[in-house]
Design a protein around this ligand. Structure first.
Ligand code: AMP
Ligand code: MG
Length: 319
């Protein structure tokens, strides 16, 4: 447990909040939709802490909050249509899913290792001031424990996450109160989640109807279900206590290997290292001319559940 500070949304509160973000800590902050749970989107450990604080059972990708279109263009690839939507609706309740720039420097965990990124410029002045003070992209899902309703006041954030995050910036109650509308522009425009910006407004801007879809029917985005999702080329064997001949071994805790998710057996650190370790193991397997990766057992507690969920997808037979 840590002591969660309540910060006022003045210059000193914003300076304190951005110092926490720079140190890899987490800050609850107001947006016009709901309160977000913010961490440095470039820092694997900070992003792992977000999943840990929320108790998320899966590594689903997080929305990355940026200052404006210029910062967004450093991270995602914009078509003219995407730029036009951004210019019309940002700042505001529209999240755009776009191809991720490889050189964007985002944590692999923030996109759940997808080749795409979800970007939004929030309209709330405190959110914008925080992003500007911090000077970088902020990953932020809603600031509630997984499975509970989204918070629209700083008091709600404290109720759910007090003792688990460094601070909450108090900016009063949120105006919109529902999440942002998520629009994927990876293919034909598709709404992945209905939210604060109406589909009709987006259609009017695009000058064309959007493929019908709502939360449940058009949200295939449990990472790992997507065809484009990164999966190791090598076969993956789980719960390995010892490497077999020809296997690249990923260790955890007392079980060593060619690399380790966490030498001390810390599941948050293991989450932070998961995607980069799978990639490194894959590269090493290719170098050695083998096609097998073994992974030490990860305890099924806390973030260990999300790690095991992701590992079992990586280990599942593929066509
Ligand atoms: P939230 O829980 O509010 O953070 O919403 C996150 C949702 O945004 C995910 O469940 C996806 O539907 C979508 N999303 C976020 N990041 C990505 C991404 N990198 N690629 C595709 N969809 C994304
Ligand atoms: Mg949420």
């Amino acid at each position: 447990m840590i002591q969660t500070a309540t910060l006022s949304s003045d210059a000193s509160g914003l300076a304190a909040a951005s110092a926490i973000l720079r140190a890899g800590g987490l800050v609850g902050f107001p947006t016009e939709t709901v309160y977000g749970l913010g961490g440095d989107a470039r820092d694997d450990m900070a992003v792992a802490r977000i999943f840990n604080a929320k108790g998320r059972p899966k590594f689903n990708p997080l929305i990355v909050h940026v200052e404006g279109l210029a910062q967004a263009e450093e991270i995602g690839v914009f078509t003219p249509a995407a730029r036009d939507l951004a210019q019309r609706f940002w700042p505001g309740s529209l999240t755009l899913v776009l191809p991720l720039r490889a050189a964007a420097g985002l944590s692999h965990l923030v996109t759940a290792d997808l080749p795409s990124v979800a970007l939004r410029v929030p309209a709330h002045p405190v959110a914008r001031a925080l992003i500007t003070a911090f000077g970088g992209p902020i990953a932020a899902p809603s600031a509630n424990p997984s499975g509970r309703i989204s918070p629209t006041t700083a008091a709600h954030v404290l109720e759910g996450l007090g003792g688990k995050i460094a601070a909450v910036l108090d900016g009063g109650p949120c105006k919109v109160g529902v999440e942002s509308t998520i629009l994927s522009l990876l293919d034909a425009p598709q709404i992945l989640r209905q939210g604060g910006l109406a589909q009709e407004q987006i259609e009017a801007a695009l000058g064309a109807p959007i493929i019908a879809g709502d939360d449940t029917s058009a949200r295939p985005l449990a990472p790992g279900q997507l065809a484009s999702h990164y999966a190791p080329n090598a076969g993956v064997r789980l719960n390995a206590t010892l490497a077999e001949r020809g296997e690249v071994m990923i260790g955890f805790g007392a079980i060593g290997g060619d690399m380790t998710l966490s030498p001390s057996g810390d599941v948050v650190q293991a989450a932070a290292n998961l995607f980069s370790s799978l990639r490194a193991a894959d590269d090493l397997a290719a170098q050695r001319g083998t096609s097998r990766i073994a992974v030490a057992p990860i305890p099924n507690i806390g973030l260990g559940r999300a790690i095991n969920d992701r590992l079992s997808r990586a280990a599942a037979p593929r066509s």
